[in-house]
Design a protein around this ligand. Structure first.
Ligand code: CTP
Ligand code: CA
Length: 226
């Protein structure tokens, strides 16, 4: 009984997790994408569900299987991800934004397949909305907001800036240039930066292990703030 109880720390909590990368159409057959596989986000969804949370996964395109008991809303573009996330935000207690959202999209996707002609092709890109920043502005005191920061240099400086700018409770910073971290692999090396300034450095771990540790930290944050 004690085991069961310990395992269900998130029962009654609603958790929204975004995962994988977005695709921004150039024309009907092409898009701008990124190397995110969704592994970190799907591992988080599973870890939260195992601990009893009601999990809504908003996922960009990914080949991964959706773990049992999880509701998934599939999206393609950043705009679709924003709509899906904003539609649920007021109803959830915790948001974890593991998705790799495209910062820019083609301003005017071509309705027809673009034919090759000149030696160079210029596509004008326009900035996408920053979903996490919007959530940070709307956040209620009972809600926890967790973001990710993928960096190639000055990891802690940039991650801390994002934590503040987006009004997060915790940011998971990873240096995607390290072997054993980053896109499309099963392991990650992350630093957890709390809004009070505390930094926890985790060793190279499987993404599933990182997810479990993160869910434990979130539970600890919840019980501290209530
Ligand atoms: N994010 C988001 N909407 C965007 C871009 C990013 O919600 N349009 C979220 C990501 O899901 C992630 C966090 O913001 O949780 C940080 O993403 P990252 O790409 O590291 O930072 P940016 O703020 O986009 O800054 P930059 O890419 O210039 O480093
Ligand atoms: Ca970005």
């Amino acid at each position: 009984l004690e085991l069961l109880k310990n395992n269900q720390q998130l029962s009654g909590k609603r958790v929204l997790i975004t995962a994988a990368g977005t695709r921004e159409p150039i024309d009907p057959v092409r898009y701008i994408g990124n190397r995110s596989s969704g592994k970190m986000g799907y591992a988080l969804a599973e870890a939260a569900a195992v601990r009893g949370a009601e999990v809504l996964l908003v996922s960009g395109p990914s080949n991964l299987a959706v773990p049992p008991g999880i509701t998934v809303k599939r999206v393609e573009t950043a705009a679709q991800m924003r709509d899906a996330v904003l539609a649920e935000f007021d109803n959830v207690d915790i948001v974890i934004k593991a998705a790799a959202v495209a910062d820019y999209r083609p301003e005017l996707p071509s309705e027809q397949k673009i034919k090759k002609s000149d030696n160079t092709l210029t596509i004008t890109l326009i900035k996408n909305p920053d979903i996490l920043r919007e959530l940070g502005e709307k956040k209620k005191p009972h809600q926890l907001l967790i973001g990710f920061a993928a960096e190639t240099q000055d990891l802690l400086v940039h991650a801390r800036e994002k934590l503040i700018k987006k009004n997060l409770d915790l940011i998971v910073a990873n240096d995607v240039t390290l072997p054993g971290a980053g896109f499309n692999i099963d392991t990650n090396i992350v630093k957890l930066i709390h809004k009070n300034g505390d930094i926890e450095e985790l060793p190279q771990l499987s993404k599933k292990q990182v997810a479990e540790i993160l869910i434990d930290k979130i539970y600890a944050m919840m019980t501290k703030s209530t």
